[in-house]
Design a protein around this ligand. Structure first.
Ligand SMILES: C[S@@+](CC[C@H](N)C(=O)[O-])C[C@H]1O[C@@H](n2cnc3c(N)ncnc32)[C@H](O)[C@@H]1O
Length: 292
């Protein structure tokens, strides 16, 4: 009897986990894996959530699952934001296009789609999801001209049209405002202690050989990191709750020396040589004291 009860509870918890919205795109620098380590650093009380470097939106979906809130989700990448908006407002049409891509999928079709320039927002969104689900490593990456240049991945049966995942994500996005904006524009809206801003910028490189800043055609170098620290400071002065992830480097530690800096084990390795591998740390900076 006890064993049956345990099994039923286990099955129910699996079902409810699967029914929670989560990122529908795999994105460079995605935070899904790190969220359990961030958990204790999120502020307890806020009304509006801002994510100015949206990417895959892992923190948005996580916070939504805790308690849905008003959210302002922004990123400089217009293809990405268009995809979110199509998932939010035109899901059925998008699903039809994804079913079409699923039927057509082959090596030739992948490379044909890779160079196609679509003529409508909906087709652009379907193309991005299709390439994201079928490309090598599942990562969206552009060259300096803004062209998608990732080779095809080796998935036997890629889940190009994840119906339930897309429906759950779409539902979660209904209460969100989703726009193309550069990060500093958050200064035009976040203004009080009811606001929580989470910054997850392209990371400052940990060494001269690592190149974490080239997510796309949008460069993010020292100048932008300094500008971001100024925005962080200005928001903190207004009483906004601000949190930021970045690499554990003296440059970043110095930029945020007036704030609380927490060290989080990133669970990934910095060295490609297995013998020299050690887990690297990342930084989490908060403008408020750890509430938990
Ligand atoms: C580290 S990723 C965010 C990852 C995200 N937190 C996740 O869990 O998937 C960084 C994002 O910053 C965006 N970005 C780069 N420069 C930007 C800028 N100046 N303003 C706003 N977003 C920018 C990129 O397009 C990219 O989506």
């Amino acid at each position: 009897m006890t064993i049956v009860l345990i099994l039923v509870t286990e099955m129910l918890s699996q079902v409810s986990k699967e029914e929670l919205p989560r990122p529908f795109l795999k994105w460079a620098g995605g935070k899904s894996r790190l969220i359990p380590k961030y958990h204790t650093f999120f502020p307890e009380n806020f009304k509006t959530y801002y994510e100015p470097f949206l990417g895959g939106g892992a923190v948005f979906f996580y916070l939504y699952n805790q308690r849905p809130k008003q959210a302002i989700l922004t990123d400089i990448n217009s293809e990405l934001i268009n995809t979110y908006n199509c998932v939010k407002t035109h899901l059925d049409d998008l699903i039809n296009l994804l079913i079409f891509h699923t039927k057509q999928h082959s090596k030739d079709y992948y490379y044909q789609m890779r160079k196609t320039v679509e003529d409508s927002d909906l087709k652009k969104a379907a193309r991005l999801i299709y390439l994201n689900k079928t490309c090598f490593n599942g990562l969206y990456r552009e060259n300096s001209k803004g062209e998608f240049n990732v080779p095809m991945g080796r998935y036997k049966k890629p889940n190009i049209c994840d119906l339930s995942g897309l429906r759950l994500a779409s539902r979660a996005l209904q209460s969100a405002e989703i726009e193309v904006r550069s990060f500093e524009e958050v200064l035009n809206s976040a203004s009080s202690q009811d606001d929580f801003v989470y910054f997850d910028p392209p990371y400052y490189p940990v060494s001269s050989t690592s190149n974490f800043t080239s997510y796309s055609r949008y460069s993010f170098h020292e100048k932008e990191q300094i500008q971001l620290a100024e925005v962080f400071m200005a928001l903190a002065k207004r009483g906004v709750k601000v949190m930021l992830s970045n690499s554990d480097t003296s440059f970043i530690r110095n930029l945020y020396k007036d704030f609380e800096i927490h060290t989080v084990s990133a669970g990934r390795s910095i060295n490609s040589n297995a013998k020299k591998r050690g887990l690297i740390n990342e930084l989490l900076v908060t403008s408020y004291s750890n509430p938990k």
